[in-house]
Design a protein around this ligand. Structure first.
Ligand SMILES: C[S@@+](CC[C@H](N)C(=O)[O-])C[C@H]1O[C@@H](n2cnc3c(N)ncnc32)[C@H](O)[C@@H]1O
Length: 429
């Protein structure tokens, strides 16, 4: 397929996403199933246009003065692919699969509308209702944070130190432009790929099959490290899901001590068994049923709550979620977070720690939940987060927003990671 066919396909997928309010990944998969002739390169390029269009939807809409999928798709090419109206015209002319060429009106709008003059929420590419939350959290820098959340993400990997070290994995991945991450000592980064390219399928690599690495954003690696799992501890991973953090905790513990991996949704835990086996993890017990947790009450050295959240810190990777999110869903998440913190805290032993993590950038899901928990639970106190960060990531404190009493925030603009929040509380002895 040439650019025109790919662009037409992307517009079709964007129309499907809009009409049926469905996740981008589902719409792309269905398109692929009904267009089996399309090769891997075509699918990657179409996916890139769709995801770029969703990331920069408001900017593109402003430039064209239109909210139509066509504007978003063409906009992606101009905003992210380095194309111009002239290069796109040249590429599309004579291609019978291409969408109609830009009209005089569209070209006129592009010439007249200047993004620098657009409202802040448009430049930040965020929904209007979310803008006040970003402004409350990041002050004058909030537009830059929104813009960074609208850029393509890198592919981050965590080296499984139970089986390999970073140099060994970097040698295995040579030729993939892989580099050590700036903060996580076990992280590897493959920078964002430009244009129609795509990241290598690391899951097909022998190193992955041998359990030497996991796909995990550097922010998630940092959050797991800040939780403070150490060799020999008794740890409860209360919202373990597919086990991304569980595996990181176990590696930090060098397979010694015990991690109990729980999730209220049993099916979410199902990938964990294969992952544990592949990674050679031997100190994890998966505990799906809440009643089986009863003996652990007040016994855990560390309880990790990797809470369900809006995922606003991961908008680079799931830009469709940015537009589907509603204020009602945010409220539901906040209530869940409050309930889970209350439930999970029962398992912390006197003198033990409770680590709360979200991949959200909204203060309502982060510091406000911790403030509410602390107000209701005077037996818990925040650790000194500045000291905590420095103890784990010596000399790197400039890459995180740290409030000693309120927690640690990571963001794409400030830290080069997905958006994460971490607060660690200790229970009075
Ligand atoms: C952010 S995800 C966890 C991701 C996982 N820790 C990882 O690193 O791959 C949040 C998880 O919390 C689970 N959850 C939601 N409500 C819960 C509850 N009341 N108790 C325990 N887990 C819950 C969800 O099923 C979901 O898997």
């Amino acid at each position: 397929m040439r650019l025109g066919g790919r662009l037409a396909a992307a517009i079709e997928v964007l129309e499907d996403i809009r009409a049926r309010h469905r996740p981008a990944a589902d719409a792309l998969r269905d398109w692929g199933l009904s267009h089996r002739f399309a090769g891997a390169g075509d699918r990657a390029a179409i996916g890139n246009i769709v995801y770029d269009a969703l990331r920069r939807k408001r900017s593109a809409g402003y430039l064209f003065g239109s909210d139509e999928p066509r504007a978003a798709a063409f906009g992606a090419l101009f905003l992210e692919w380095g194309e111009t109206p002239e290069t796109v015209k040249a590429a599309l002319t004579g291609d019978r699969f291409a969408p109609p060429l830009l009209s005089d009106d569209e070209i006129g709008a592009l010439g007249a509308n200047r993004l620098e003059e657009a409202p802040e929420a448009v430049r930040a590419d965020v929904p209007d209702w979310c803008a006040p939350f970003l402004e409350a959290r990041f002050g004058a820098g909030w537009v830059a944070e929104g813009m960074a959340l609208s850029a393509r993400p890198p592919l981050d990997l965590r080296v499984n130190t139970l089986k390999a070290d970073r140099d060994k994995v970097l040698r295995e991945l040579s030729g993939m432009n892989a580099e050590p991450t700036a903060m996580s000592p076990h992280g590897i980064r493959i920078p964002p790929i430009k244009g129609s390219g795509r990241h290598p399928n690391v899951q097909a690599e022998p190193a992955f099959r041998k359990g030497w690495l996991e796909v995990q954003d550097e922010g998630s690696q940092i959050a797991a490290a800040l939780a403070g799992a150490e060799s020999g501890l008794q740890v409860l991973d209360y919202c373990a899901g597919a086990g991304g953090k569980t595996l990181a905790l176990s590696a930090a513990m060098e397979n010694r001590g015990q991690v109990f991996a729980h999730d209220s949704e049993k099916q979410r835990l199902s990938p964990i068994f294969d992952r544990l086996r592949r990674a050679d993890v031997r100190n994890v017990q998966v505990v799906p049923r809440p009643e089986e947790l009863a003996p652990l009450e007040k016994r855990m050295d560390l309880v990790l709550v990797d809470a369900p959240c809006t995922g606003s810190g991961t908008w680079r990777r799931r830009p469709d979620a940015k537009w589907r999110l509603t204020d009602r869903q945010l409220e539901v998440r906040m209530a869940e977070q409050e309930k889970i913190l209350a439930e999970a805290s029962r398992f912390v032993r006197p003198g033990g720690r409770l680590a709360y993590v979200t991949c959200s950038i909204f203060p309502q899901e982060n510091v406000e939940r911790i403030d509410a928990f602390l107000a209701a639970n005077p037996g818990f106190n925040p650790v000194d987060h500045a000291q905590l960060f420095e103890s784990r990531f010596e000399g790197k404190s400039g890459s995180a927003r740290i409030d000693p009493a309120k927690g640690i925030s990571l963001t794409p603009a400030y830290s080069g990671t997905d958006g994460f929040y971490v607060a660690v509380l200790s229970r009075a002895a």
